[in-house]
Design a binder for this molecule. Structure first.
Ligand code: FAD
Length: 571
């Protein structure tokens, strides 16, 4: 994410001598400017996660005129790493006018890209010399694919280089090299972070090739490489009819998933992905490799179960305790929009009383130009007949437009529930609730979906109640770093747009989501799921980590005292 603090800007092309010095604290941005025709000027405003500034300004000219207005400044990066701001401005009052100007950054201190630029070919060659994996620079074949954030909201964040590590030794050497060169370094697993946390402007360690999966059928222990993706792991488990909780998107990486907890459609029966973790190997900030488990480096093991990816080191492998695969059935039921309140009300109650074998996502959503839809998508570790009985109150509450309830093998169920999003840019915000939402809470969700401002992304916007609880809540809050052990529903609110849509569309969508998240504060708690990473959260430490925040900070100080692994919401 762009930080404007300390940056200087002037009119593009050298300007008339007016220079503004910017400051930033969180999303608050302000600047003073003087020089040229301006005796004194100030701007104050806010910065969006994508770096767009919304500012109000006042200035006194040498002529004595006092001028005020507002601007929307969209950043672009020049090849040398400096920023250019495309500024749409509007003046108020006697001087009313509007237009577009460009501001360019004046070099003050070496930016990250200048530092990485100063690494030069010899520097990158120095890294190449000590690693076995392939180092890619911008323009190289595969550079984009191995560094692009899944969420295109952050597509402008591009690294200086990507190293596809060949093994744990590469990770250690690359971290050592990056520290020496002063280049920021970040691990990339599946690249699916909602907040683009696996890309930076320095060196990305692409773990994609660490994707071995070894299943020991005699112990049901499954060891997977730190960059393995869901599909690869499912395929290996399927051969042995063994299972541990995983999500249903092919390309989500195991690293991000398990380190932040990992919630699956079977978590009410089997716990979180991190609850099945028995050990993990990490390369630490000093380049050393450690194994951690309940008995070895237990504090680090504790933190790796739900504290969030990218904080303590680079995990190069994970070992899970799998179990025999159970039988399953699945449901997909849709209702027309007028039934939203009835279905939500009844389904909350159905899920409150449901056995742990049944889990469902209850959704309300809408794509542009279409009516809203109510959906229940779930899996039951039992026969379809039982599932139909469990759903009977909801089926009776309102006539569904589609009902698909069927027996499936576990693997057929995984394929059936498999989902990919349309991609593009998106934002997700979450809250938690330990009990069903009140009628007003539900109505707030439904009304918001009605009022969604729209975008061209076919995923549209919506809200979902993910049923948690069950085996997730059997684990005490402080036993692992994952703190949400008293939750019945994760309340997830999302919106999506296309990356090239107008800034007003993006702003409209983010404002809509912000307002909905704020309004739901009356009905749900401030707790938030670290893996549904929300770069706009204010008190993210408390929201993500709850009572485990202080202990996580201690573990961070112990294993990464120099904060080599750093990002905007790093512990
Ligand atoms: C389409 C989609 C479906 C999803 N489904 C689910 C779901 O069913 N259940 C659920 O709980 N979540 C789900 N998520 C959220 C998902 O768990 C998080 O986005 C997760 O962080 C993605 O992991 P990743 O490795 O793909 O992401 P990345 O962007 O590569 O990594 C995320 C963070 O983890 C760090 N990291 C990744 N690998 C490692 C490693 N080996 N060692 C150290 N740090 C590492 C990165 O540095 C970054 O900080 C989904 C997300 C998407 C986009």
């Amino acid at each position: 994410m762009i930080n404007y603090d300390g940056r200087l800007f002037r009119k593009a092309g050298g300007g008339d001598g007016t220079v503004a010095q910017y400051h930033q604290d969180g999303d608050l941005v302000w600047a003073d400017f003087t020089g040229g025709k301006v005796r004194r000027g100030t701007v104050t405003g806010v910065c969006s996660p994508d770096g767009t500034l919304r500012l109000a300004y006042t200035m006194v000219l040498g002529t004595g005129e006092v001028i005020s207005g507002h601007t929307v400044n969209v950043p672009q990066q020049r090849p040398d790493g400096r920023l250019v701001l495309r500024e749409e401005w509007q003046r108020f009052g006697d001087h009313a006018a509007s237009g577009v100007s460009y501001l360019e950054e004046v070099p003050t201190r070496p930016s990250v890209s200048e530092r990485t630029g100063s690494v030069g070919m010899t520097g990158w060659d120095g890294l190449r010399d000590v690693v076995d994996g392939r180092l890619r620079l911008p323009g190289d074949d595969g550079f984009e694919e191995r560094s692009r954030p899944f969420n295109e909201r952050f597509r402008d964040v591009r690294p200086a280089a990507v190293l596809s590590v060949a093994g744990p030794d590469d990770v250690g050497r690359a971290i050592g090299w990056a520290r020496e060169a002063g280049v920021p370094v970040v691990a990339r697993g599946g690249g699916h972070s909602y907040a683009g946390n696996s890309v930076n402007r320095g060196l990305v360690l692409d773990l994609q090739d660490l994707d071995d999966v070894h299943v020991d059928p005699s112990t049901a222990l499954v060891t997977v490489g730190g960059g393995a993706r869901t599909r690869r792991i499912y395929d290996a488990l399927r051969e042995h009819d063994l299972v541990f909780p995983l999500g249903n998107s092919d390309d989500v990486g195991i690293g991000g998933l398990v380190l932040g907890g990992g919630v699956s459609v079977v978590s009410r029966a089997m716990g979180l992905t991190c609850d099945s973790l028995v050990s993990t190997d990490l390369v630490l900030a000093d380049g050393s490799t450690v194994t951690c488990s309940e008995t070895e480096n237990p504090d680090l093991f504790w933190a790796c179960r739900g504290g969030g990816g990218g904080n303590f080191g680079v995990n190069t492998s994970f070992t899970f305790q799998a179990r025999p695969v159970p039988a399953a059935s699945t449901c997909l039921v849709l209702w027309d929009w007028p039934h939203a309140m009835d279905v939500l009300t009844v389904m909350q109650e159905v899920m409150r009383l449901a056995p742990n074998a049944f889990s469902a996502r209850i959704g309300v959503s809408r794509a542009a130009g279409q009516a809203g839809v109510v959906s229940v998508v779930g899996q039951h570790l039992g026969p379809a007949e039982e599932l139909r009985e469990l759903l009977a109150p909801a089926l009776a509450a309102a006539p569904p437009s589609r009902v698909d309830i069927a027996d499936r093998t576990y693997w057929e169920a995984a394929d059936y529930l498999h989902h990919e999003t349309a991609g593009g840019a998106f934002a997700v915000r979450t809250r938690c609730t330990p009990e069903p939402l009140s009628e007003d809470g539900l109505r707030t969700l439904v009304t918001a979906v009605d009022k969604w401002p729209g975008s061209a992304n076919p995923d549209g916007a919506g809200a979902a109640l993910f049923t948690w609880g069950g085996a997730i809540n059997d684990v005490p809050v402080t036993e692992t770093a994952f703190p949400h052990r008293d939750v019945l529903f994760l309340v997830s609110m999302d919106t999506a747009w296309l990356p090239d849509e107008a800034p007003e569309v993006v702003r409209g969508n983010l404002d809509w989501l912000h307002d909905l998240h704020r309004d739901m504060g009356e009905y749900a708690t401030g707790a938030s799921y670290v893996n549904f990473t929300d770069p706009d959260l204010d008190d993210w430490r408390a929201a993500y980590h709850g009572p485990n925040a202080d202990r996580l900070a201690e573990v961070k100080r112990r294993y990464d005292p120099d904060r080599v692994f750093s990002f905007s919401q790093a512990i």
